[in-house]
Design a protein around this ligand. Structure first.
Ligand code: NDP
Length: 300
């Protein structure tokens, strides 16, 4: 068997087109332009790349992008004051604070200072609680993107065995909550899990969100399973030249391809979906703030 490749790049393009169409409607029918504010503290090169990409895609879909770049020494109080201003700004419907923040800033305090209704990343404890209790929430982008790909591939997920490897607040836990909401039987695995390979072999849906290159092997996968590889790992690529790197996932792609029914590649799988969902979340937040219908199929 050779697995189907789930093309996250193509899927993300369709999500962004749907977002853009909804934005055009909001402008034409209501004179409203959704706006996303992205806050970056410090000069982390990877974060700078992400923030630029987010700003570009925001503008491409017809929304306003407000970028706030603060220097690494910015105090927590100044950052909280900025969040407060953005919370009160009617042109801003979504707020994202790029992580990681410098060590002297309490990330949880900052994330919980964002108005939950503008919490484009879905990390505020109110949204965490709403999701966990099956209520309407702002949902973290990466797991929501994974869910959309799973729904697109499988239709109903009801009754399927889902294994999520990784229990972080930004990927593993919300992913598990979303799958539970879809009526999957969910197992969350982590670094202390016994017989991880055996646990994974029981999965109809296997989501790997670990940060360990190629950890999940082909023989950990149930034949025909749908595999979502969230991992983004930079590994040396001497074949590309001295000092060069390439990006790989948490799943050993070549061996998984022989067993799975479908798999997301890295790069080109989950990654592109994350930004697309950020844009979708901003439009959703804008619609909710204005009491207007939300775009179909772009929320959990
Ligand atoms: P974290 O480091 O926060 O969490 C990793 C999780 O993996 C932890 O729960 C940890 O378990 C578990 N883990 C670590 N080692 C093992 C092991 N040997 N066996 C089983 N479980 C293990 O990572 P994130 O959730 O933030 O990210 C995970 C991956 O996803 C990373 O590669 C990251 O770059 C990528 N990512 C990709 C995104 C995208 O857009 N595609 C977005 C966000 C993340 P424990 O809790 O016991 O320590």
């Amino acid at each position: 068997m050779t697995a189907d490749i789930i093309d996250g790049k193509a899927f993300a393009l369709t999500v962004r087109s749907r977002v853009a169409a909804h934005v055009a409607g909001l402008k034409a029918d209501h004179g409203i332009t959704p706006g996303l504010a992205v806050v970056l503290v410090g000069e982390d090169p990877a974060s700078q790349v992400y923030v630029r990409a987010k700003g570009k895609k925001t503008v491409e879909t017809g929304m306003n992008s407000f970028e706030h770049t603060l220097d690494a020494g910015t105090s927590e109080a100044d950052l909280l004051a900025l969040i407060d201003r953005l919370n009160g700004d009617p042109a801003v419907h979504g707020i994202l604070v790029q992580l990681p923040l410098p060590g002297h800033i309490d990330s949880a305090k900052v994330l919980n200072a964002i108005d939950p209704a503008k919490d484009a990343d879905g990390f505020h404890i109110t949204n965490v609680g709403l999701l966990a209790t099956g209520q309407k929430a702002m949902v973290p982008c990466t797991p929501l993107g994974c869910l959309m790909m799973l729904r697109d591939r499988l239709g109903s997920l009801s009754g399927l065995n889902a294994v999520v490897v990784g229990r972080s607040n930004i990927v593993g836990k919300p992913m598990a909550q979303l799958l539970l909401k879809e009526h999957c039987t969910v197992t969350i695995a982590h670094s202390r899990t016994r017989d991880l390979a055996g646990v994974c072999r029981g999965a109809d849906i296997l989501v790997a969100a670990v940060g360990r290159p190629g950890m999940v092997k082909g023989d950990w996968i149930k034949p025909g399973a749908t595999v979502i590889d969230v991992g983004i790992n930079r590994v040396p690529a001497p074949e590309k030249g001295a000092g060069k790197h390439r990006i790989v996932g948490d799943v050993e792609f070549a061996s998984a391809l022989e067993v799975a029914g479908a798999i997301t590649p890295v790069p080109g799988g989950v990654g592109p979906m994350t930004i697309a969902i950020l844009l979708a979340n901003t439009v959703t937040a804008c619609c909710r703030a204005n009491g207007l219908p939300e775009p179909d199929g772009l929320t959990a």
